[in-house]
Design a protein around this ligand. Structure first.
Ligand code: ATP
Ligand code: MG
Length: 879
């Protein structure tokens, strides 16, 4: 059997031998694209080439790309585990030709793409030609798109006409999103059925019909158009080939299996899960077998996303990961009867399995395991309390027979219960769910969150087809012109985005916030409120458009803000290096924010930093500042930089040439695109403000530099000085310790005196007791300073009498307090109960409430003017 690794290698070798460059996969989490949370196709990282925003460095490339299809336009989540060929995370093998009108000879189009796909599948992988079907685009009238005759002619060279099928826009016209590059495509499907079945039913009738054994494996997209917001299509400046083949499906075909889960891509994980749960995987449609598949699938998505830097959280990409993880937990909890965390145990084997293609998982296996374990533990706990919530509901819901929509939604929203989990538990108790009610609640929440994040983006108005140059490392003031602009509506507020031909504005990235400043259109000055990247465009945000938008302008960055930001960025590098020196090299950056006023640095580490460690880090960073080390910035080929030991971040996409920032080659060398000080001395001072936990295995340090650090330290000294002054002590710490000791002694003394006073009061009260037929009554408004004292008095009086009724009242800080006590026998004989008397007779008088045990109860209220009346009222109940 050819192994999965071998199959992957054969693909890459095949295209390498046809002049393709093999490139690394992009991270699975996407950063600079507001339209996409995760990479969902191999072409995502090349989007700018298709849009013409950027010229490709190489025209033919191939790779294998980690993709995730669980949100947005492509969402396969509900199928995963239920069927045998849709995954959350999967590898997409791809080959590309980026058209470049200047060098047409380097590219290729339909002819080569089709011939090579056929050659690879039939000559290299030796798939039986009879089992292959291909589809071509039939055309679409409303969109004025013609039949893709060119592809048809190319396929005819290899495939008999009856196995070339025509497909509709739905299956044979590929679009990345609502807008963007698109074009006709040609898919290749494989019929994996047994000979007898193939004899009986023609495979061609099963293509694109959801048959689990007749599946699409490869899609060849021929990009020719760009779709605009109004739905219209524009021809792209150059035509491209973009192909994607599902790796797990290919392996399943080549290994002759009926299911992706029976291949060596998944069998290791499944076997280990069998051991852990003491159950056998049978490959059926039973709940337990679905659970095995869900787990084997989901752990990949969870582990690789965390390795690429995305922690589970309550919003955005982090929430998607949390949902996937919970789906997996609920499957093993409910269907494999596993009540302990399981997923994290699967990480080491997975990391070893993928070490040759995606080593980032092995390099961070400990960290990834820790994060998953914490998430699993938390959810297992809420899972149990959610189960209790359901039980509670079911006992009070009586005979209604349904869980109402509100409760089902509360379970979903608060306890993270997917609706189908609630449904299943309800069924076991012969209950249904008001699903319409649930959907209504869900819709309401969606509407709320949509209103909160509504973003409406217009089309670009292109003034000039010129790429942007960033000149802001050297210049902060340059002449420029607008190349394109558009309006966006954020939460109903109109804003504008402008792109310049060259710009000094640094766009938010690598944690460093975007520059602000102004654009001066010959006297009309427009403030720039923020600068961000969208793919490779540098986008300037403004509140209005100038009248002379087509004319020349001067772009000016706020220099002071930029300088303060540079202090914090260089200090962040020093901090990172210092942490690795003091704590160890397991410290990896997990997030960073660099602003002009402070810096925030998140890193993997498993324990709170001790005072000693914080001190060491602070001193080391400040030593490096005083050494006034020149900050050396140079551009190097990526491989060379990494070999020399430069620190790169997981989940970050680096080009072939990288920018290397060195602050003493023996101390800090990082790949970084940010802005820095020329020498560390300028930072002046570094001071840590907080050290906290962010998530399992991730700590956070917040710190300040320069003026802000001086102010921070000055303020602290100031308050220390004030403390000393108000204590009139040279050594405030010692003075406070003495004060605390004195206070403790006084507290004790006061407590003793109060006790004596109460004893005395109790004596007096006991002497004033009245007696009728052996039953003693004490009722009085007394002077004490807490409600608790009333209770204590009752308990002090109690041992002095056999049969008794006490009612004591006091005004405490202007509020009414009342305590009532009677003995068991009296309570029984008279049928009086302390809480009832309190609630019915006393509470209404004092405008309050209360309760307690049958023989002792108390009340508090707003009105302290009717205490005498209350006491009297109780007396008349018995006497
Ligand atoms: P399908 O119709 O089977 O969902 P698709 O049309 O969504 O596939 P494409 O967007 O064309 O697929 O992606 C290219 C290839 O990636 C497909 O031919 C298939 O082999 C693979 N693929 C797509 N989605 C998945 C998935 N969820 N899991 C595994 N492989 C997939
Ligand atoms: Mg699909």
């Amino acid at each position: 059997m050819t192994t999965a690794s071998e199959i992957r290698r054969q693909f890459l070798d095949f295209f390498r031998s046809r002049e393709h460059i093999i490139v690394p996969a992009a991270p699975i989490v996407i950063k600079n694209d507001p339209s996409l949370l995760f990479t969902n196709a191999g072409m995502n990282q090349f989007k700018d080439y298709f849009l013409g925003n950027k010229a490709p460095a190489k025209q033919r490339v191939a790779d294998t790309q980690k993709c995730l299809r669980v949100s947005g336009k492509h969402n396969d989540l509900e199928e995963v585990g239920v069927d045998t060929y849709h995954h959350t995370m999967f590898e997409m093998l791809g080959n590309w030709s980026f058209g470049d009108p200047r060098h047409p000879e380097n590219g290729y189009f339909k002819k080569e793409a089709i011939a090579w796909a056929w050659e690879l599948l039939t000559a290299v992988y030796k798939i039986d030609k009879e089992r292959l079907y291909v589809t071509v685009f039939e055309g679409d009238d409303p969109d004025k798109l013609p039949f893709d005759e060119e592809s048809y002619r190319e396929w005819e060279k290899w495939v008999p006409g009856e196995r070339i099928l025509k497909g509709s826009k739905k299956d044979n016209f590929w679009e990345m999103g609502d807008t963007g590059p698109c074009g006709p495509c040609s898919e290749i499907h494989v019929d994996c059925r047994e000979a007898a079945e193939r004899e009986a039913v023609d495979g061609g009738t099963l293509v694109n019909a959801g048959h689990p054994q007749v599946i699409e494996i490869w899609n060849l997209v021929f990009m020719q158009f760009n779709r605009l917001k109004d739905g219209s299509l524009q021809p792209l400046p150059a035509r491209h080939v973009d192909t994607g083949m599902g790796f797990e499906r290919l392996v399943r075909v080549l290994q002759g299996k009926q299911s992706n889960y029976d291949t060596d891509v998944f069998s290791g994980t499944i076997a280990f899960t069998e051991q852990l749960c003491g159950k056998q995987y049978g490959g059926s449609d039973s709940r337990a077998d679905i659970a095995f598949r869900v787990i084997a699938d989901h752990i990949r998505a969870i582990a690789f996303t965390i390795a690429d830097g995305q922690l589970p959280s309550n919003t955005g990409a982090g929430y998607v990961i949390r949902r996937i993880l919970r789906r997996a937990v609920r499957y093993y909890f409910s269907f494999l009867n596993r009540k302990q965390p399981l997923l994290h145990l699967l990480v080491p084997a997975l990391a070893a399995q993928f070490d040759d293609v995606f080593p980032e998982l092995r390099q961070q296996a400990d960290f990834v395991q820790k994060v998953i374990l914490e998430e699993e533990g938390n959810f297992l706990r809420t899972l149990e309390s959610g189960m209790r919530r359901i039980d509670e509901y079911l006992t009070t819901a009586g005979t209604s027979g349904v869980i109402d929509g509100k409760t089902a939604f509360e379970l979903y929203d608060t306890y993270g219960f997917p609706l189908d989990l609630t449904r299943l538990i309800a069924q076991e108790k012969d209950f249904g769910i008001d699903e319409a009610g649930f959907q209504a609640e869900m819709q309401q929440q969606k509407n709320r969150s949509r209103a909160a994040t509504a973003l409406d983006t217009g089309d670009w108005t292109v003034l000039r087809e010129i790429p942007t140059a960033f000149v802001g490392y050297d210049d902060l003031l340059v002449p420029a012109q607008v190349t394109r602009y558009r309006s966006i509506k954020v939460k109903g507020r109109e804003q504008y985005q402008l792109v310049l031909d060259n710009t000094p504005f640094y766009a938010e990235s690598g944690g460093q916030t975007g520059d602000t400043g102004t654009l001066d259109f010959e006297g009309e000055v427009i403030p720039v409120t923020d600068t961000k990247k969208e793919n490779d465009l540098i986008v300037h945000f403004t509140g209005k458009l100038p009248a002379g938008i087509e004319g020349p302008l001067t772009a000016r960055v706020d220099t002071e803000k930029r300088l303060y930001t540079a202090y914090n960025h260089s200090a962040t590098h020093l901090l990172h290096a210092a942490l690795r020196k003091v704590l160890g090299t397991h410290v990896q950056q997990k997030g960073s924010l660099v602003t002009d006023s402070y810096l925030r640095f998140d890193f993997s580490h498993f324990a709170r930093l001790s005072e000693e460690e914080l001190r060491e880090v602070t001193f080391l960073v400040n030593d490096k500042i005083r050494e006034n080390i020149p900050v050396d910035i140079r551009y190097l080929p990526r491989e060379e930089a990494l070999k020399s030991g430069a620190m790169a971040l997981f989940g970050e996409k680096y080009g072939d040439t990288v920018r290397v920032v060195t602050i003493d080659p023996a101390f800090s060398v990082e790949l970084c695109g940010g802005t820095h000080v020329p020498a560390t001395g300028m930072i002046g001072l570094f001071s840590i403000i907080h050290e906290t936990a962010v998530a399992a295995g991730v700590r956070r340090i917040e710190a300040v530099t320069g003026r802000f650090a001086i102010k921070h330290i000055y303020d602290q000294l100031q308050s220390l000085h004030h403390i000393g002054a108000s204590l009139k002590a040279k050594d405030p710490l010692k003075a406070i310790e003495t004060l605390l000791q004195e206070k403790a002694a006084l507290d004790k003394k006061v407590a003793r005196l109060e006790q004596q006073q109460l004893q005395q009061l109790a004596e007096d009260l006991a002497r004033g007791a009245t007696e009728t037929n052996g039953l003693f009554f004490i009722g009085k408004v007394v002077e004490v300073d807490s409600a608790d004292a009333l209770k204590q008095l009752c308990f002090l009086l109690k041992p002095r009498f056999d049969r008794y009724l006490f009612v004591l009242a006091a005004a405490v800080n202007g509020k009414a307090g009342i305590a009532l006590m009677l003995d068991d026998a009296t309570a029984r004989q008279t049928g009086l109960e302390a809480p009832r008397i309190i609630r019915e007779q006393v509470a209404p008088l004092i405008k309050g409430g209360g309760g307690g045990q049958p023989t002792f109860a108390s009340a508090g209220g707003q009105d302290a003017t009717r205490l005498e009346e209350a006491v009297e009222k109780v007396r008349t109940l018995v006497f």
